[in-house]
Structure formats: structure tokens, C-alpha cells
Design a protein around this ligand. Structure first.
Ligand SMILES: Nc1ncnc2c1ncn2[C@@H]1O[C@H](COP(=O)(O)OP(=O)(O)OP(=O)(O)O)[C@@H](O)[C@H]1O
Length: 619
């Protein structure tokens, strides 16, 4: 399988020479004692000792990381590589304090930062983590994103924040596209490489000493991957510690890494300078041919077809690499930067008011820029109003008029609640992933997010409510006893939309995808329409089920519409006890109060659910 193999026996003799020569070239002689505050506040060396990670999969306990030790120096780019499933991401998550022991996973071992156990202080205040997926808002621009983060992460004046945003845009070479939309599969935007640079820029906003990245070059072509790695090397040159998992780097990219941390089946098989890894493996009998990319060669070399049933050859190879590493590895933790003791630091956190206002501004911008959704609402509101006008345009008089009016008002009730419900679900999913990520990073609290969302989601209800209500009300020739009748109708319509939205928050927070949330909300709300008073008189519902009418938004909205309509009804209808027939009194206040109380309780429940969701995600 591998060309130019040297037999293990031959190689054993050379290994000690290799290490003894290597030992003198690393560190001490060319040590530069840079003072803290030269460019960063602190230089951080991260080291990890005997890290074990176990996870339960289908009742079986898997040993994912097997006593892994290593370190990453400030001013260096450490690339963590290994075949798929070797434990790269697990290790990175552990180093970033993102993997915690729990029911299904258990972690042992110690992580030190400048020699201090990270259990004694919160290392995440010194570190930034760039996830593999680009969690960005498509309708914003890179400048919008960085500005938002600068407000929530950087202390100082607006002028200083502005300067920082510009500096990062220039540093990452994205100033030229800073005002283009980020985009997604639906909206044309910046390229994948540029998106990755925006994600890195966001993390640099808090001036981290350590930057950890999970496969930052995945999905990028070799040119863009090279650009991203160059930018990270530039950050390393400032004294930052860069730790990154990397999947299949090109040979050009590979040779740029300072240090390589190679994992196989949860074991370290190489940790040292990237440029001498070839020689190391050659001496072990696995010589990478000159024209072959070492990264590809190592992946093939370490590939195991089925980790639960390794072939004898695979097991021997693994034993050789692990044995050789354990025997020969020299721990050289010398850093060219001066390392000072780290303490618990308070990350910058603006006041709740600033958080709230920034979220409000961003959510408002998102809502305003989401043109397809705005157009959809306007078109649907007009279409529905017109549809109602066409179907119920001859309401007539007598019993027939009562039946037709009830039908029209109940359709409007259902439409308003469902429209509010679906709109909020679709809006929420535009920013769900971003919210969960930002909240997880402690950028802002659940309450400020929830309040800002609830406020930003309101204005469109006034517009959508006006469009549908004005068309439906006047074309149906509803009660025009006095001008206030239409105004009340409009207010009830807006309240109905908002009540539907409250239910939308609940389903949105419960489901992880927009499709399931939309389907779930329809399945839940549809049976409740039976309790609205149109299909069956409320007082005829069996007592055991009648309590549901109090939780049915349809009942309160329908009641409000009908009381407004039938009080001082101008149509000819002898013996028409419309409201008595429906099972409620002619008191107008009951319906609106019912809607407000129900909406408030449901929103409160949604907030509790969101709190639970975010807490669950953190743990
Ligand atoms: N919490 C967990 N529960 C169950 N299995 C887990 C958990 N964490 C990791 N694993 C398993 O451990 C193995 C290593 O996962 P990890 O994501 O660290 O590998 P990786 O080297 O990053 O792989 P890839 O390159 O494919 O992303 C995988 O088989 C993964 O399914």
C-alpha cells in the first residue's frame, strides 16, 4: 500500500538519533523573551495531560481519547490532524471547555494554561472558538456583524470600537466586501472563504489569546484554504496561540503549520514540528514519497477500515506508532514568549439596556431586510381578505345572515391566529442557530433576546392586520353601526395575530427545524379549532373537556369578533339570539381580555421553554 517503506526494525535504530538531534533545535536557543503587553495582554500556553474521553453510544462505552497529552505554544499554529473519528473535534472541544462530563460522556485529565489548572479559573475568557459551520445571518453584511459584536464584546468608546472593526476587516482582508450581503443558498452573497474570515473576525473581536478552530478550511478550495491559514499565521505572529483541527490540507497549506498533533484512534502518534514529521515517519518505515502530500499520506497511513474489528496489519501499525511516540517523544514546552500566571478575568459585558438595544436594532434590521418574507405577508394578507370577500359577499338577512357571518368571522379568526403563528416560526428560524451560538458564548442573556424579539415581531401585525381587516370588513358589509366597530374589529385582528405569534414561539423553541415546527403547530392548533364555538356550542362541550375552551385562542378571538358584530346588528333577523346561540354573553370586554391573558401566559411559557432550551444546550 505504501511505497518506499523502511522496515520497522531498521527504523528503530534511527529514532533515538532523530530525537536527540531534534531536541536541540527546538526552543531554548532561539528563545525571544517578549514582554506581556507587547501586542496582546497575555501570552498563553495551553497544555493537556492524560486526557481521556469516554462516550456512551447505544449503551456501549466508547473510549474516544486515550490518555492524550500535548501542548500548544503562543505564537504557533498547532494543527490537529487524524483520520475521521480519531477524536480531533473531541479534543478541541475539551480544550475549549466545551465538552463536559455528563450522562453520556465522561472526561478525565487536566488542562493547564501557563501551568495553572484551568479548573481554577475560566479559561474561556482567554480563548475564542470558531465552529466548523459558519453561523452567520445571511441578510447582514460583514461590517454589520463585526459592529454588533464590537458593541457587545469590546469596552471603550464608539470611536475605538469603530477603529477595531476596521482593523479586523483590514487584517482579514475583507474590507473590500465589508458592505456586501453575507448570503446563503437563497441569497447571493460573499464566498465561503470570506464567510470563514468573517467568523474568525467575530471571534477576534474579544482579543483572545488562544484561537481554536474546528476545521476552518473544510469546504474551501485550496486557494481559499491557504488564505485562511495565512491569516491565522498572521494572528499567531502577534503572539496568539492557534489550535486548529484540519481535514485534508493541501501540501502547500500543510507546510505552513508550525506544529502537528497527529491522532490515531484516540492516541497521539506524532506531536512536533510539521516539517520534520516526514522524517519521523520515514524512520518508522513509512516514507512519504516526495511528490505526495504528507497530509494525504498520513491519512492513508492511519486509516482504519473498521475500528471495532481492526485487521492484524492495522493493529500492528497502530501499536508501532503509539509505542514509538510513547517511547521517544520529548516534551518540549519551552515558549519564546514570556508566560505569566493567569487569573480569573471578567469578560466585558455591557449593561442589559445596551444588550437589549443592540439586539433590537439587529432584529429590526433582519426583519426589514427579509424582503421575501415581507412580500409573502403582504400578498397573503391581501389574498385572504379578497378570498373572504368573494366567498361571503352575499351575507343576506335572517338566520342565513347569522350563519354566514359566523362562518366568515370564524375563518378570519383561524386565519389571523395561524398567520401570526407561522410568521413567527419562520422569523425565528432565520436566526435560531445564531442565537443559540451567541447565547452559548454568553454574548447576551435569554431575557434580553426574548424581549427584543417580542417587540420587533410586533410592527408587521399592524400592517398585515390592516390589509386583511380593511378588505374583509368592508367587502363583507359587516356591522357599521358606528365607526368604532371597524376600529375594534381591527384591534381584535391585531391581537389575534399576536396571540398566534405567542403559540409560534412555543413551537419554534420546541422543534429543531422549521419544517417540524410548522407541521407541529398545525397538528396542535387544528384540533383546538373545535373548541372555538363555531363547530359546537361551547356549553355543549362535555364538562371534562370544556376547560380547553379557556386555552383555545380561537374561542376568545371568535367571541370578541362576534360580540362586536352582533351588538347593535343592523340586519333583519327576528328571534336571532346570535350570541346566546354561540353560548356567550354580549359583554365586549371578555374576548379581548381572554386574548390578552392567554397571550401573556403563553409568552411566559415560551420564555421558560427558551430558558430551558438554552440551559440544556449549555450542559
Ligand atoms: N458525545 C459523544 N457521544 C457519542 N459519540 C461521540 C461523542 N463524542 C464523540 N463521539 C464519537 O467519537 C468519535 C470521535 O469523534 P470526533 O468528532 O472527535 O472525531 P473527529 O476526528 O473530529 O472526526 P471527523 O474528522 O469525522 O469530524 C466518533 O466516532 C464520534 O462519533
Amino acid at each position: 500500500m505504501f511505497e518506499n517503506q523502511i522496515s520497522p526494525k531498521e527504523s528503530e535504530e534511527n529514532l533515538s538519533d532523530y530525537y536527540s538531534s531534534n531536541r536541540h533545535t527546538n526552543g531554548k536557543d532561539d528563545k525571544i523573551h517578549l514582554q506581556a503587553d507587547d501586542q496582546l495582554n497575555r501570552y498563553v500556553q495551553l497544555s493537556w495531560e492524560d486526557v481521556n474521553y469516554y462516550a456512551s453510544v447505544e449503551g456501549k462505552r466508547m473510549h474516544i481519547l486515550k490518555g492524550v497529552s500535548g501542548h500548544a505554544n503562543p505564537g504557533e499554529f498547532l494543527a490537529i490532524m487524524g483520520a475521521s473519528g480519531s477524536g480531533k473535534t473531541s479534543l478541541l472541544n475539551i480544550l475549549a471547555n466545551r465538552a463536559r462530563s455528563g450522562n453520556k460522556a465522561e472526561m478525565t485529565g487536566t488542562i493547564f494554561a501557563n501551568g495553572k489548572d484551568t479548573k481554577e479559573f475560566n479559561i474561556s475568557k482567554y480563548a475564542a472558538y470558531v465552529t466548523q459551520d459558519d453561523v452567520l445571518l445571511a441578510v447582514l453584511t460583514p461590517r454589520d456583524c463585526l459592529k454588533f459584536y464590537s458593541k457587545l464584546r469590546c469596552p471603550g468608546t464608539d470611536k475605538e470600537r469603530h477603529a477595531k472593526v476596521e482593523e479586523i476587516l483590514n487584517d482579514l482582508n475583507i474590507a473590500r466586501i465589508a458592505d456586501n450581503l453575507i448570503g446563503n443558498t437563497m441569497i447571493k452573497g460573499i464566498s465561503g472563504g470570506e464567510k470563514k474570515r468573517v467568523c474568525i473576525g467575530i471571534e477576534l473581536m474579544s482579543d483572545p489569546c488562544i484561537v481554536m478552530l474546528d476545521e476552518p478550511t473544510s469546504g474551501l478550495d485550496s486557494y481559499n484554504a491557504g488564505v485562511v491559514v495565512d491569516l491565522l499565521l498572521k494572528q499567531a505572529a502577534k503572539g496568539r496561540t492557534i489550535i486548529s483541527t484540519i481535514h485534508q490540507p493541501s501540501s502547500n497549506v500543510f507546510k505552513k503549520f508550525d506544529k502537528l498533533f497527529l491522532l490515531a484512534e484516540g492516541n497521539v502518534v506524532y506531536h512536533g514540528p510539521c516539517d520534520i514529521s516526514r522524517k519521523y515517519f520515514a524512520e518508522l518505515g513509512y516514507k512519504c514519497p516526495k511528490q505526495v502530500n504528507p497530509a494525504d499520506y498520513y491519512m492513508r497511513m492511519l486509516h482504519i477500515t473498521n475500528r471495532h474489528e481492526k485487521t492484524e496489519e492495522e493493529q500492528n501499525k497502530l501499536d508501532l506508532f503509539v509505542g514509538s511516540y510513547n517511547e521517544n517523544h520529548v516534551k518540549d514546552t519551552e515558549s519564546k514568549y514570556e508566560l505569566t500566571e493567569l487569573h480569573e478575568i471578567e469578560g466585558y459585558r455591557p449593561s442589559y439596556l445596551v444588550e437589549f438595544l443592540e439586539l433590537l436594532k439587529r432584529s429590526g434590521k433582519l426583519a426589514a431586510k427579509n424582503r421575501p418574507l415581507i412580500k409573502l405577508h403582504i400578498v397573503f394578507s391581501i389574498l385572504f381578505g379578497t378570498l373572504i370577500a368573494l366567498i361571503f359577499n352575499d351575507i343576506g338577512n335572517g338566520q342565513k345572515a347569522m350563519q354566514n357571518t359566523n362562518g366568515a368571522l370564524y375563518m378570519i379568526t383561524i386565519w389571523a391566529i395561524m398567520e401570526g403563528n407561522q410568521a413567527v416560526i419562520m422569523n425565528y428560524y432565520v436566526e435560531r442557530a445564531v442565537f443559540l451560538k451567541e447565547h452559548d458564548e454568553g454574548l447576551y442573556g435569554t431575557l434580553t433576546y426574548f424581549l427584543s424579539k417580542n417587540i420587533v415581531d410586533l410592527p408587521w401585525t399592524f400592517v398585515a392586520g390592516f390589509l386583511t381587516s380593511v378588505i374583509a370588513y368592508f367587502s363583507l358589509d359587516l356591522n357599521l353601526h358606528d365607526g368604532s366597530k371597524y376600529v375594534i374589529f381591527y384591534c381584535i385582528y391585531v391581537m389575534a395575530l399576536q396571540c398566534g405569534m405567542a403559540f409560534g414561539y412555543i413551537t419554534g423553541y420546541m422543534m429543531s427545524s422549521v419544517e417540524t415546527a410548522l407541521a407541529f403547530s398545525t397538528v396542535i392548533l387544528f384540533p383546538i379549532t373545535a373548541f372555538g364555538g363555531q363547530h359546537v356550542k361551547v356549553t355543549s362541550i362535555p364538562i371534562a373537556w370544556r376547560w380547553i375552551t379557556y386555552l383555545a385562542p380561537f374561542k376568545w378571538v371568535f367571541q370578541a369578533f362576534t360580540v362586536n358584530e352582533y351588538n347593535d346588528w343592523g340586519r333583519d333577523c327576528d328571534n336571532c339570539d346570535s350570541l346566546g346561540h354561540l353560548g356567550w354573553s354580549d359583554e365586549l370586554w371578555q374576548g379581548p381580555v381572554g386574548i390578552i391573558v392567554l397571550s401573556t401566559c403563553v409568552r411566559l411559557l415560551a420564555f421558560i421553554l427558551l430558558k430551558f432550551l438554552t440551559r440544556n444546550k449549555r450542559s
